[in-house]
Design a protein around this ligand. Structure first.
Ligand code: ADP
Ligand code: MG
Length: 741
């Protein structure tokens, strides 16, 4: 959500609208997590174009904008507070904890903009904690509200995944119908056995016809058993087959979508949570497909069939035995509503725990370096214990539920004996019918219980499905419509930044109005303090992120219009943090060009002056680099990523601190290599040792997110500006080091 409007519940909404004018516009609406006296609670600050409203539990303070003198935040111990100073009245203080700090500093900024009638430009991403529609707590931050999912739509979408397997789905339906039929018929046969064989036999024993009929009926029962066996077999077999196929399809589609999503998407998500979508949510969906949909059909048919049978046999008795049904349904609904709270808690706990595990294991080196293993274990233990508690509570609840359910069911069946027995005595019902009734009753409650349960159970499966669909529905990286996109199979290499402004968070630009013209084959050195936006600049060239304002052109074409593949495949990049995949050095160099021959790989390594270092390893090009390249040093990883970047003979070469982790000698070697690699290529080089950029055609100096100086090394040194100072500083530092040594 890119606005400062937190979702509110209906009652709060009513309170707000009772104060506001009809045509008033609410610009910001955020909640604090502390009460005015600093205890845990919630206060709301609502800012419109006319007033500020502070809502406490049962108190509301209204500040017309003209009464406001100043809004600012003030740090406190353990938190901060927003202070709204008024012209003629006391200052209003709204405390909040650190977790809310960012939001409130934006709020204060926004209020000041409105107060001074400056353009209102506060937009930030607030994590959604509650559902906008029903105001329930969400199981995951920014997640999906399980209660507000449109189930029909989800079922429809899941069903679409079945369409490639229509034949099997039909088989499944057939299996379901047969299974139901095979369950429904036997009570009718036993009825016949009692009424037409046993009772007449009692009246006139030794009747041979009756014995024959008995044999026939039992044979029919055997037949039904066989049908039932066959149908269940068919059913189980098709559903397993279908469930596995459909989930595999969904899983591949999900993974494909994850690969195609933009970096912006990943900036906002935790990898752990995304992984659980690929694993847990798809599994749950499979459960639903295997245990849900077929039983939905079977139990639905069953319920219908039984009711029809019962009504046909005796509508009066049927009405009696239906008496407990509303109670059973009610009980089920109450129970599953309770259970939903446990599920939500459980899912929340699980997702947090997994993110934590993911981080702690990825960062295991840091954990060990600071000897924080025991703390990590403790944190995990705590989360794990909480999860266990929720699980135990929900299991206990479940046990209570099922025992109560069978109690109610048992009572229902007793009704058959009482009222049915009466009818038999009155001669209105045969004993056989009574027995059939009795059997159907037992059959009836199964599906009923199932329907009581399925609602909430589907909710869970659907929440998983919905989380999967959310990823699938997120538009992939902004690929232009491939038909309209400009194809540039051979980039020449001129580059132009036109008024480029960009921020990872739109309200906080990192780069301001960058203008730069780069000729074909020119080498640009990008210089500036760390955090100034050098990496960001090259990110924009690769279109890892979209510019907020302005444009970047390659060969005079806006990169947003170029086919992304054409653009990226002709840019070679050495990332600031080189990442290698597990495998050999050769495989890593060849990563960007599947099918590259060994000669090509070696040539690239030679060109990058990395060949000697590689063959110095005992396994040479076949040296295993380990997961994430962890068997190589930082410098070695950089040396491998340079040949990887040039293997495709890119027209644009980007070196983001490509030599930051190597020793001076190696750096010299790499510099030499770079010296001839840049020929015929447009190059952007970022280096923290400024002297290495001496041979750049031009240096571009960034400061405060803006270009402050452009020129050759000599020009900038002569100018004695920002660059000169940076160089001076570096020299001083290296002199100090030299003296010490
Ligand atoms: P450098 O000049 O050292 O390469 P960067 O371009 O990496 O600097 O970063 C510029 C600014 O943008 C920094 O303040 C950094 O905190 C911020 N930044 C970088 N990457 C991200 C990101 N993925 N999300 C949010 N902010 C980022
Ligand atoms: Mg950087």
């Amino acid at each position: 959500m890119d606005t400062m409007l937190e979702p509110v519940g209906c009652d709060l909404d009513a309170r707000i609208s009772s104060v506001m004018d009809v045509d008033e516009e609410i610009l910001m609406r955020v909640s604090s997590d502390l009460n005015a006296d600093g205890t845990y609670g919630q206060q709301w600050v609502i800012v419109s174009n006319r007033r500020i409203l502070v809502l406490q539990d049962d108190d509301a303070i209204e500040i017309p904008l003209e009464d406001l003198k100043l809004a600012h935040t003030e740090p406190l111990v353990g938190g901060s507070r927003l202070e709204l100073e008024r012209v003629a009245d006391r200052t209003i203080l709204i405390p909040y904890s650190f977790t809310q700090a960012l939001k409130f500093s934006e709020l204060a900024r926004g209020i000041e903009q409105i107060r001074k009638s400056e353009p209102f430009a506060v937009r930030m991403r607030l994590d959604r904690v509650r559902c906008e529609k029903c105001n329930r707590l969400l199981p995951e931050r920014d997640g999906i509200c399980p209660a507000c999912i449109n189930r029909l739509v989800v079922i429809g979408r899941i069903a679409k995944y079945l369409s490639p397997y229509r034949g099997r789905a039909l088989l499944l339906a057939l299996g379901s119908v047969l299974t139901t039929g095979a369950e429904l018929v036997p009570p009718l046969i036993t009825k016949k056995i009692v009424d037409d064989v046993l009772i007449p036999q009692e009246v006139s024993p030794g009747n041979l016809e009756s014995v024959q009929l008995l044999g026939l009926l039992v044979l029919a029962l055997v037949g039904m058993r066989i049908v039932s066996w066959g149908a269940e077999w068919l059913h189980g077999w098709t559903i397993t087959w279908l469930g596995a196929r459909v989930t595999a399809d969904i899983r591949s589609q999900l993974y494909k979508c994850l690969e195609l999503l933009s970096l912006q998407f990943y900036d906002k998500r935790k990898v752990g949570a995304l992984m659980s979508r690929v694993t847990r949510d798809t599994d749950r969906l499979q459960d639903f497909l295997v245990d849900g949909i077929p039983y939905l059909i079977i139990n639905g048919l069953m319920l219908l069939g039984i009711l029809v049978m019962l009504f046909v046999m005796s509508w009066k008795l049927t009405l009696y035995v239906l008496i407990p049904v509303p109670f059973i349904i009610l009980w089920g609904m109450i129970f599953w509503k309770r259970m939903r709270r446990f599920f939500t808690k459980w899912m929340q706990g699980w997702s947090n725990l997994m993110s934590r595990v993911n981080e702690a294991l990825t960062g295991i080196k840091v954990v060990k370096a600071f000897t924080q293993e025991s703390r990590e274990i403790e944190v995990f233990g705590k989360g794990n214990a909480e999860l266990t508690e929720v699980a135990v509570k929900s299991e206990i609840n479940r046990a209570v539920f099922f025992t109560t359910m069978s109690f109610l069911t048992g009572l229902g069946v007793l009704i058959v004996w009482l009222f049915g027995g009466e009818e038999v005595i009155a001669g209105e019902l045969t004993i056989g019918t009574l027995l059939a009734f009795y059997s159907y009753m037992w059959l009836l409650y199964g599906p009923l219980e199932w329907f009581g349960m399925v609602n909430s159970w589907m909710t869970r499966a659907f929440a998983g499905a919905e989380r999967i669909f959310e990823v699938i529905d997120t538009p992939p990286e902004a690929y232009e419509d491939p038909k309209k996109a400009v194809s540039l199979p051979e980039i020449k290499g001129s580059l132009r930044f036109k008024d480029v402004t960009f921020g990872y968070d739109k309200s906080k630009p990192v780069l301001h109005e960058i203008n730069l013209n780069v000729r074909e084959g020119e080498m640009i050195g990008l210089v500036g303090k760390s955090g100034v936006g050098k990496t960001t600049t090259v990110n924009l060239i690769c279109r890892f992120y979209e510019v907020d304002r302005g444009s970047i052109e390659v060969d005079g074409v806006d990169i947003r219009k170029i086919r992304l593949e054409d653009l990226r495949s002709q840019i070679g990049i050495v990332l600031q943090e080189p990442f290698l995949f597990s495998g050999t050095i050769a495989e890593n160099i060849g990563y960007g060009k599947p099918g590259a021959t060994f000669t090509e790989i070696m040539e690239a390594a030679v060109a990058a002056n990395a060949h000697d270092f590689i063959v110095a390893n005992s396994d040479g090009y076949d040296t295993q680099v380990g997961e994430r390249g962890s068997h190589l040093s930082g410098g070695e990883k950089q040396r491998v990523s340079l040949p990887r970047a040039i293997l495709n003979d890119p027209k644009v070469l980007i070196l983001d601190e490509a030599t930051s982790s190597v020793d001076v000698q190696t750096e010299k070697k790499i510099q030499e290599a770079i010296g001839h690699l840049v020929k015929g290529r447009t190059t952007f080089a970022i280096a923290h040792r400024l002297s290495t950029l001496r041979n750049a055609d031009r240096l571009v100096v960034l400061d405060g997110g803006r270009i402050v100086e452009v020129g050759t090394h000599a020009e900038l040194m002569e100018k004695q500006g920002v660059f000169y100072n940076l160089v001076q500083l570096q020299q001083e530092v290296s002199e100090i080091i030299a003296v010490k040594e």
